[in-house]
Design a protein around this ligand. Structure first.
Ligand SMILES: C[S@@+](CC[C@H](N)C(=O)[O-])C[C@H]1O[C@@H](n2cnc3c(N)ncnc32)[C@H](O)[C@@H]1O
Length: 286
């Protein structure tokens, strides 16, 4: 979980770029604590992001310290897992995000935590912004947007509500489309036998996404898929306007679940929980 102020291990350098906003610490275990700038242009690290990072502290063993690791979608907690990899001792980290703001804040977060810049930060849609475009990675990390493509009925209803324009649906939805594009290109970005650690939200349609990956590359690759960890988290809304339109979101999510396109559980008090599943994929050429 994120800690607001207690447990701070670092003081912000006397530089105005760090003093403009509050700082907060995120602790992952094994002494790995990262301090982040609470810039309103970036989301705070989510409980799922913390769970993913805690898994990394166990997953990244001695032999991975020299691996080339790509952290895709490194925002919006702003570089959090790249910064953690650096804390663990991984020397070769590339991080990219579609949000220019998230990448700019991630760069500042690296300076704040380490006082130097060794992570290669890029900006672009999936693999597009990477400088060495032909490079293959040993490990790729991805925690994609968690909710699947919304129905037209939902979009129309949301569009009629005041303020909905200020919170674009692209920040949470369309995870299934992003995954489909990511999976299509994945084998050409990984070394043979390379691994992907991916954080999947059950509201994205996990089974369908993995089936699509297997289907698209069935002729050329053997794809092994292993569930490393599973957590249940309550549904939360990042924007006030979305909280006001809660009923629309809940009815959309329940409709996906009824159709078998996603999964959520509903508690007696109406609380909706989703399943966060950290999965390891290994791709080998046939
Ligand atoms: C769920 S957040 C994960 C943030 C962080 N890695 C974590 O785990 O806490 C998803 C991130 O993916 C980024 N993203 C969404 N679509 C993307 C795309 N097409 N290419 C690259 N990044 C994308 C978002 O900007 C956001 O920072």
């Amino acid at each position: 979980m994120t800690a607001e102020q207690p447990g701070r291990t670092k003081e912000a350098p006397g530089n105005s770029c760090f003093n403009e906003f509050e700082l907060y610490d995120v602790y992952f275990g094994m002494g790995h604590c990262i301090t982040l700038i609470d810039d309103p242009k970036a989301f705070k690290v989510s409980p799922a992001g913390v769970a993913f990072g805690s898994l990394l502290t166990r997953y990244v063993t001695e032999e991975l310290l020299t691996a080339r690791i790509l952290d895709l979608g490194t925002g919006s907690g702003s570089g959090i897992h790249s910064l953690l990899l650096k804390s663990i001792g991984v020397g070769n980290v590339v991080a990219s995000d579609i949000s220019e703001d998230a990448v700019a804040i991630a760069r500042k977060n690296e300076l704040l935590n380490y006082g130097n810049s060794t992570i290669e930060f890029c900006h672009g849609d999936l693999f597009e912004g990477l400088k060495a475009s032909a490079y293959r990675y040993d490990v790729i990390l991805f925690n994609p947007p968690g909710w699947r493509t919304p129905s037209n009925g939902f979009l129309e209803a949301l569009g009629k509500l005041a303020g909905s324009k200020v919170c674009p649906v692209g920040s949470m939805f369309y995870g299934d489309e992003i995954l489909a594009r990511f999976f299509k290109e994945l084998p050409f970005r990984l070394v043979d036998g390379g691994k992907v650690i991916i954080g999947l939200n059950s509201l994205v349609g996990i089974k369908q996404s993995i089936n699509r990956l297997r289907h698209v590359h069935a002729n050329d690759f053997i794809i092994q898929c292993r569930l490393l960890e599973r957590h249940e988290f309550p549904l939360f809304f990042y924007y006030e306007e979305w909280t006001a339109a809660k009923h629309l979101f809940i009815s959309e999510i329940l409709s996906w679940t009824r159709q078998g396109l996603a999964y959520c559980s509903v508690e007696k008090n109406g609380q909706i929980n989703w399943s966060y599943e950290i999965v390891e994929l290994t791709l080998r050429k046939k």
